[in-house]
Design a protein around this ligand. Structure first.
Ligand code: SAJ
Length: 436
């Protein structure tokens, strides 16, 4: 059923005269704002950070996947500007919300950013506005949390205002998949909402996948990332089994990966890092627990992934023992602290846990990471040390993150003892190398 507001909104979307807004100008929001600007929309970015707003209005990008030239061109053309003032919403036709959804220490969802942004938007909501939440969250957020805020202002969702959820699938640094060519799932509170959301994305993105509701769209994202977290947990458990029965787990996985169908390789590691995979599944288990269903796979995988830092520290202690050294009093040097290779992000990185555990057992811990100049481990500041000297001086070197640019031949040559948690030394065979 279309209404005058729907027809007018979709008409402005289709001829790209719509004034588009994006709240949250991070690794999801800024690329999306630029994609909308590149196809001709006038875009207003809204962020609570004055620093980010200033940089964008100066035509400067602070997101690795968004070239500054693109931001500068859009700002110069008057098609992109940023502000901290939510009253800009009153002049917007559409608004995407891409703010953080972290976990609290209690593993409960921290919805404070979504609530704050949604309330600020609702304060200025008007007939004809399309609102799309993109932040990863539990199923039910859009209809239980946001819809009432809108309707409390006397606006009817599906007639005056159109409300959708669309999961973000941005994979920072991925050379093959960027915002414009990653299929976009979108589900609305009503069919008209879904159609309005799909119409917006169709202007800027190659593939749009409409689904029947906001809850389906919310659940799609959680399935995608829970799938990864559980499979990583499974191979981490396989690694612990293989160590116990003396099988090379890496060789097993590589051989299994030759199966051309029905298998997808995952690899053991020192633990689960990042701001998505260790976090998103607990949004699902939190919600289902409220519905009386225990998400046992998620809890078990969380336990196994969470135990990997201890498993690695035990391996370091046992490796030193093979050289008649105690962990206590030894110099242990960590290679790579980012949460995964070739990026500069340490959020939830298992390296931080491992460094803390090693220090607690009396080791002197240092690190080198070409992407991370300094880190704070439970209040202790560490600077990244020049690698060669630190490797040569260490009693044990631990490879936690296998950045491609590291010269592993020199590590093997100069280190007294190595624990490799990423199979970075796959090509080398030496009794001083201990693998996960
Ligand atoms: N990890 C393993 N073994 C694996 C894969 C990953 O231990 O086989 C570890 C990584 O070292 C890291 C953590 O898991 O610490 C997460 O790694 P990730 O490869 O899942 O990378 P993320 O956290 O950047 O996940 C993002 C996600 N993208 C979105 O949520 C939009 C995820 O859905 C992507 O599949 C993933 O990137 C990707 O494939 O790069």
């Amino acid at each position: 059923m279309s209404t005058q507001h729907y027809d007018s909104l979709v008409g402005k979307i289709r001829n790209r005269s719509a004034h588009v807004g994006v709240v949250g100008l991070g690794y999801v929001g800024l690329p999306l704002a630029v994609e909308f600007g590149k196809v001709g929309f006038t875009v207003t970015g809204i962020d609570v950070s004055e620093h980010k707003v200033d940089l964008i209005n100066q035509g400067i990008s602070y997101i690795q996947d968004v070239p500054t030239e693109e931001v500068a061109a859009l700002v110069k053309a008057g098609r992109l500007k940023a502000t901290t003032d939510f009253s800009a919403v009153k002049d917007l036709d559409t608004i995407n919300i891409a703010v953080p959804t972290p976990l609290r220490k209690t593993k409960d969802p921290d919805m404070s950013f979504v609530v704050s942004a949604s309330q600020s938007i609702a304060d200025h909501a008007h007939p004809g506005l399309l609102i799309i939440l993109e932040s990863t969250t539990y199923p039910g957020t859009t209809d239980e949390l946001i819809q009432p805020m809108i309707e409390a202002r006397g606006l009817t969702v599906g007639e005056d205002v159109f409300l959708c959820f669309s999961p973000e699938r941005v994979d920072p640094g991925n050379p093959n998949f960027q915002t414009h060519n990653i299929p976009k799932v979108v589900g609305g509170i009503t069919a008209a909402c879904t159609q309005a959301g799909a119409a917006l994305y169709q202007q800027a993105l190659e593939t749009v996948v409409p689904v029947s509701s906001t809850r389906v769209a919310e659940m799609v994202k959680l399935l995608e990332n829970t799938f990864r977290m559980i499979n990583i947990g499974m191979v981490n458990e396989l690694a612990m089994m293989c160590e116990r029965i003396n099988i090379n787990v890496w060789e097993v996985i590589d051989a299994a990966a030759t199966k051309p169908f029905g298998f997808m390789p995952f690899y053991p590691g020192p633990g689960l890092g990042g701001h998505c995979i260790p976090i998103d599944p607990f949004y699902l288990s939190w919600k289902t627990k409220q519905a009386g269903i225990e998400a046992r796979f998620i809890e078990l995988a969380g336990y196994i992934n969470g135990s990997m830092p201890h498993f690695v520290v035990d391996k370091v202690q046992n490796a030193l023992n093979e050289q008649s050294k105690s962990l206590k009093g030894s110099n242990v040097h960590i290679l790579g602290v980012a949460y995964k290779r070739d990026i500069d992000d340490v959020r939830e990185s298992p390296a931080l846990d491992i460094m803390h555990l090693l220090a607690r057992r009396g080791a002197t811990v240092t690190y080198s990471d070409p992407y991370i100049p300094s880190i704070d481990v439970e209040g202790t500041k560490h600077q990244s040390l020049p690698q060669d000297a630190a490797v040569a001086a260490a009693d044990c070197v631990v490879i936690i993150t296998d950045h491609k640019q590291v010269d592993y031949s020199s590590v093997v040559q100069n280190a007294r003892l190595i624990v490799d948690t990423r199979n970075a030394l796959k090509k080398f065979s030496d009794p001083k190398i201990f693998r996960l």
